[in-house]
Design a protein around this ligand. Structure first.
Ligand SMILES: Nc1nc2c(c(=O)[nH]1)N[C@H]1C(S)=C(S)[C@@H](COP(=O)(O)O)O[C@H]1N2
Ligand SMILES: [Mo]
Length: 577
């Protein structure tokens, strides 16, 4: 056998399978190590995060358009597929020398470790999961190669015709070194039992067979049973470690911390205006006035939800201020907290899209906190920074103009959910989320738009993002079949901090008819609307447009979400029967 040159006769596909299994073990063990330490130190998550930050804006838009909130899942799946292909290649390379495959694994481990060490929220120990994973993967690789390959007579499967007959003398210590006859000549007749089946002629090891006899290569250069068990054990280890790591990393401390905070959450010093009974028309399929937390859209760049411990959380406020401050979570809760109903909207929300939701927030007034720090008059931007390094650039004048801009700690009467920014996030009525709604906020640098840039600005989105007046039809849904006759059309419209003053609906390009507006308790939320129309059979197109309290009516001209929010009328097509 080619033990001497380190080569292997394993068929390529077997080597590729071993490579993939070793790669899976590496990733699974790394995930487990990350779960025990810091979930975002997982190499896949770290490399994925680095990829997110480096994704060209056009690709990112395309991904959001095509995969919606599944874009992260698609990204991670893509990374895993690429890694599997590379691992298969490393397996094949390992046929030359297992060391080559191990070196390849190490290189990938270094890429993972490098990504984990350079994420904005990473610490020095974050390289460990990648390195531990690589160690496990390299070990699995060499173990599987040794295990699956038939290098010795002992390894020959029982059904190999000569195995039974030769086992008697190959276990003899004198001949334990294979091949016994290669250097020492044929063992004497007397040293073998010619009566054993298959005895007599020594059967050359498959690797030593002349080419013409190697038809059996695929059968006899590896042990199928050992391959199967090796793959099963490897995949099992990878699966259990990886899944366990995910469970451990998912929510271990945050759930407990949220429960603890829930016990001490102060009551609002200033309650929100009550929501009028007429704010919600309670129509089937119409977005409820208050979006339940579990249904609230989620948009962020975080591949794992950052876990922030409120007991060592602080908010640093510095830059163009007279006295920089650092607030603890308790400091924040000691301030008078106020409630406000505010509808968030994502700039990526296309016309008719789902990235808009309304909640009741509880928090400290951001303007008061800034005033206490002595914000200087030449400042025009708040660069807020999240635990994971994401940043928003919020205009100072907007935050200071008296609107309910909050450092929020609760959402719909519940401690802020982890995915929505626990323990503290910003909420600013009237601005798209990407310039205002920093989740997991840890820092506010008071600065100027001509000196600093927030996360999305160099990625092609406008530095400032006031929300554009929009409206959406929820009922019926696009493509629905509805019976003819009187039909309720309903939906929501929003123009945060201005308020909606009218909504009009049009059937098949006909006359605009004014819809009935539901009640609201302020200008910062969306507003439900409905109208009854008499529909005649056939294909019908229904279009909506809103007018805000400044008198502005939505433009019919379509604009895509980038760079500063979509415009145009939402229209649906239905089949009236
Ligand atoms: N830390 C952090 N905060 C963030 C983001 C992010 O990527 N990271 N995305 C922003 C964007 S684009 C939007 S639209 C809102 C969405 O808030 P939600 O996920 O609670 O709905 O969060 C904002 N805050
Ligand atoms: Mo957004």
């Amino acid at each position: 056998m080619n033990k001497d040159d380190g080569g292997s006769r394993l068929p390529k596909w077997v080597a590729a399978v071993i490579g993939v299994v070793a790669g899976a073990v590496a990733l699974g063990v790394a995930q487990l190590a990350a779960g025990l330490t810091n979930a975002s130190a997982s190499p896949v998550i770290a490399v994925g995060g680095a990829a997110v930050d480096r994704t060209p804006p056009a690709l990112k838009d395309w991904a959001i358009r095509n995969f919606g909130s599944n874009d992260k899942l698609v990204l991670i799946s893509g990374i895993v597929v690429v890694l599997a292909l590379i691992a298969a290649g490393l397996g094949v390379l390992s046929r030359r020398r297992v060391g080559y495959g191990m070196t390849g694994l190490l290189l990938f481990g270094l890429v993972g470790a490098g990504a984990a060490a350079t994420r904005p929220d990473s610490g020095p120990f974050d390289i460990l999961p990648s390195l531990i994973g690589v160690g496990a993967g390299a070990w699995a690789l060499s173990l599987l190669f040794r295990r699956v390959e038939l290098n010795d007579w002992d390894d020959l499967p029982e059904e190999y015709p000569a195995a039974a007959g030769t086992s008697a003398w190959t276990t003899d210590p004198e001949y334990s070194e294979y091949p016994p006859y290669a250097d020492e000549g044929e063992p004497g007749e007397d040293e073998r039992d010619a009566d054993e089946p298959g005895g007599g002629e020594p059967v050359p090891h498959p690797a030593e067979m002349p080419p013409v006899m190697r038809a059996g290569d695929a059968l006899y250069t590896f042990d199928r049973r050992r391959l199967l068990t090796g793959v099963a054990v490897g995949v099992g280890v990878a699966g259990v470690a990886g899944f366990g790591g995910r469970l451990l990393g998912a929510s271990k401390d945050v759930d407990l911390a949220r429960r603890t905070v829930a016990k001490t959450l102060p009551r609002p010093a200033v309650a929100a205006k009550p929501i009028p009974a007429g704010a919600d028309l309670h129509l089937k399929d119409l977005s409820p006035f208050v979006t339940p937390n579990r249904d609230f859209y989620r948009v962020d760049t975080a591949l794992v939800v950052p876990s922030v411990d409120p007991t060592d959380w602080t908010l640093k406020i510095h830059g163009l201020v007279d006295k920089p401050v650092e607030l603890t979570f308790d400091d924040l809760l000691r301030r008078p907290l106020m409630e406000a109903d505010v509808t968030l909207t994502c700039v990526s929300n296309d016309v008719g899209g789902p990235y808009v939701g309304n909640a009741r927030w509880l928090g400290a007034r951001l303007a008061d906190v800034l005033r206490d720090a002595g914000i200087r008059s030449d400042a025009d931007m708040l660069l807020s920074v999240s635990q994971d390094g994401f940043t928003c650039g919020t205009p100072v004048d907007v935050v200071m103009d008296g609107r309910d801009a909050l450092l929020a700690v609760a959402m719909n009467g519940e401690v802020l959910p982890a995915a929505h920014g626990f323990p503290v996030r910003q909420v600013v009525p009237g601005l798209y989320g990407y310039v205002s709604a920093t989740k997991w906020i840890t820092e506010i640098k008071v600065t100027r738009f001509d000196q600093d840039e927030a996360y999305w600005t160099p990625r092609g989105w406008s530095p400032r993002g006031p929300i554009k007046t929009e409206s959406r039809i929820d009922v019926p849904r696009d493509g629905d079949a509805v019976p003819h006759g009187p039909t309720i059309i309903a939906g929501v419209a929003w123009a945060q901090h201005k308020g909606i003053s009218a909504v009009e609906v049009q059937v098949d390009g006909g006359e605009w008819r004014e819809a009935k507006l539901a009640e609201v308790n302020g200008p910062d939320t969306w507003r439900q609307w409905s109208i009854e129309t008499d529909l005649t059979p056939g294909k019908r197109v229904i279009t909506v447009r809103a007018t805000d309290a400044s008198g502005y009516t939505q433009t019919p001209n379509y604009a895509p979400p980038a760079p500063d929010g979509a415009t145009g009328y939402h229209a649906i097509g239905i089949l009236v029967g």
